[in-house]
Design a protein around this ligand. Structure first.
Ligand code: NAD
Length: 375
C-alpha cells in the first residue's frame, strides 16, 4: 500500500473552522473515492484569536513546530486575522511571512463563473469567465523592508520598499506561460472568448522601476513561448477590462499587491468570495489558502460558503499529484471541481452569499456526496 501523504492543517480566525470542517469532509470523501491516503496533522489553532486568548504571547500551540512545515507534503490554512489586530499577528507562519519563508512564489487564484451562479455582470453565463490571477507572492510591497520614524512619541514617517528581483520576475512569468500551456486549475485551457492560450502581463510599467523590470522580463521571455499569445495591460486598465471583457482573459500575471487586490475583485466576478479557492505554490511546497479573509461579519453563524476552502484543498491535491506523479490526486481534484459544479448547477443548496438560505454544513455534505458518486 502506498504511503499516506502528510498534510499539515492550520485553523485561523473567524469562519476558518467552519469552512475547514467542510473542506476536510470533502477530502475524506475524495480519499475513499480515488484511493489515496492523507494523514492530517491538526488542524492546529493559529492566529489572532489564539494569540489574544494566550495573553498576546503565543499565536500557535507549543506542539506546532517549524519543522512540521518542512516535513509536510502540503499545508492548508484558514484565513487569519481580525480587524482590530491587523498587522500585529505574531510568528513565522502568518500569511505573508509563511509565503516568503517557504518560498511559495506563485499564488494561483482562479476566477470562473460556474453553473447556477448568477453573474454580477449582465448577460454572462457559466464558462464565459474563466481566467486565473497569477500573483507573484514573495516580493513587491509586501517584502516588509521598511520602517517608521517616531518623534516625541508620534509616528511621523512610514516607509515601505517596493522590491522586484530578476529571479522573482522570471520564475513567476515562466510559471504563467506553463499554466497557460497546461490549462491546470481552469475549466478549459485558453480564454473563453476564442480558446486562445494567452498570458497577460499586468503592472504599472513606465512609472515604477520594479514594474519596468517585471514588464521587461515578460517581453524577454515571451518569444520563447510562441504557442501562448502575448498581451500586456497596465494594471489600472486591467481593472477596467476585466469587467468589460472578462472572456478575453486566460492567465493574468501580476506583482504581489496588484494580485492581492485584483483577486478579490475577481471574487466578485465569480459571484462571491466564498467561491474563491487559491493555493500558494512553490517548486517544492504548497499551501492551500482561500482568497478571502476571516469574514468576521458572518463568523459563528454557520452561513459561510465553504466552497472556497473545498476548492483550495482540491487544488492542493492537484499540485501534490503533479509533484509526486500521482494521478489519483489529480483525478481527485477534477472530481472535487466537478462535484462543486454539479452542486451549484443543481441549484438546490446554496449559502446566503449566493442568494440561498442553506448553511455551511449543507453545502459541505452535498459536495462530499457528489464527490463520492461515480461519474
Ligand atoms: P473578508 O474577505 O474576510 O470579507 C469580505 C466580505 O466577503 C465580507 O462581507 C464577508 O462576509 C464575505 N466573505 C468572505 N468569505 C466568505 C465566505 N466563505 N462565504 C461567504 N461570504 C464570505 O475581508 P475583511 O472583512 O476585509 O477581512 C477580515 C479579516 O481577514 C481582516 O482581519 C483581514 O486582515 C483578514 N484577512 C486575512 C487573509 C488571510 O489570512 N489570507 C486575507 C484577507 C484578509
Amino acid at each position: 500500500m502506498s504511503r499516506k501523504y502528510k498534510v499539515l492543517g492550520l485553523l485561523g480566525d473567524g469562519i476558518a473552522s467552519e469552512i475547514i470542517t467542510e473542506g476536510l469532509k470533502v477530502l475524506k470523501a475524495a480519499e475513499g473515492m480515488y484511493g489515496f491516503g492523507l494523514e492530517v496533522l491538526g488542524p492546529y489553532p493559529v492566529g489572532a484569536k489564539y494569540w489574544v486568548d494566550h495573553d498576546l504571547k503565543r499565536g500557535w500551540p507549543e506542539e506546532l513546530t517549524k519543522e512540521m512545515f518542512y516535513e509536510a507534503d502540503a499545508i492548508f490554512k484558514g484565513p487569519t486575522g481580525l480587524p482590530d489586530l491587523v498587522g500585529k499577528l505574531p510568528g513565522y507562519y502568518t500569511p505573508i511571512n509563511m509565503r516568503t519563508e517557504l518560498d511559495l512564489y506563485a499564488n494561483i487564484r482562479p476566477c470562473r463563473l460556474r453553473p447556477g451562479v448568477k453573474s454580477v455582470l449582465a448577460g454572462r453565463k457559466a464558462g464565459d469567465i474563466d481566467f486565473i490571477v497569477l500573483r507573484e507572492n514573495t516580493e513587491h510591497m509586501y517584502v516588509n523592508i521598511g520602517g517608521m520614524m517616531r518623534r516625541g512619541g508620534e509616528t511621523e514617517l512610514a516607509i515601505d520598499n517596493y522590491v522586484q528581483t530578476k529571479k522573482g520576475c522570471e520564475r513567476i512569468i515562466r510559471y504563467g506561460f506553463e499554466l497557460a500551456r497546461s490549462g491546470e486549475y481552469k475549466g478549459h485551457p485558453g480564454a473563453p472568448l476564442d480558446m486562445k492560450r494567452r498570458l497577460t502581463c499586468s503592472c504599472k510599467w513606465g512609472l515604477t522601476k520594479g514594474d519596468d523590470l517585471f514588464k521587461e522580463t515578460y517581453d524577454r521571455i515571451a518569444p520563447e513561448n510562441p504557442d501562448v499569445e502575448r498581451d500586456a495591460t497596465w494594471i489600472d486598465s486591467w481593472s477596467y477590462y476585466a469587467i468589460m471583457r472578462p472572456s478575453f482573459y486566460d492567465i493574468v500575471v501580476m506583482p504581489n499587491q496588484y494580485g492581492d487586490i485584483m483577486s478579490d475583485m475577481s471574487g466578485a466576478l465569480q459571484g462571491s468570495l466564498g467561491l474563491a479557492g487559491s493555493i500558494n505554490a512553490g517548486d517544492t511546497r504548497c499551501f492551500a489558502e482561500v482568497t478571502h479573509g476571516s469574514a468576521p461579519d458572518i463568523a459563528g453563524r454557520g452561513i459561510s460558503n465553504p466552497i472556497s476552502m473545498v476548492l483550495s484543498m482540491g487544488m492542493m491535491l492537484n499540485w501534490l499529484g503533479l509533484k509526486r506523479g500521482d494521478d489519483r490526486l489529480r483525478a481527485a481534484w477534477r472530481g472535487i471541481d466537478t462535484a462543486v459544479d454539479s452542486v451549484l448547477g443543481g441549484g438546490t443548496v446554496r449559502t446566503p452569499d449566493l442568494g440561498g438560505s442553506d448553511n455551511t454544513k449543507a453545502i459541505g455534505d452535498a459536495i462530499a456526496k457528489a464527490v463520492g458518486k461515480k461519474e
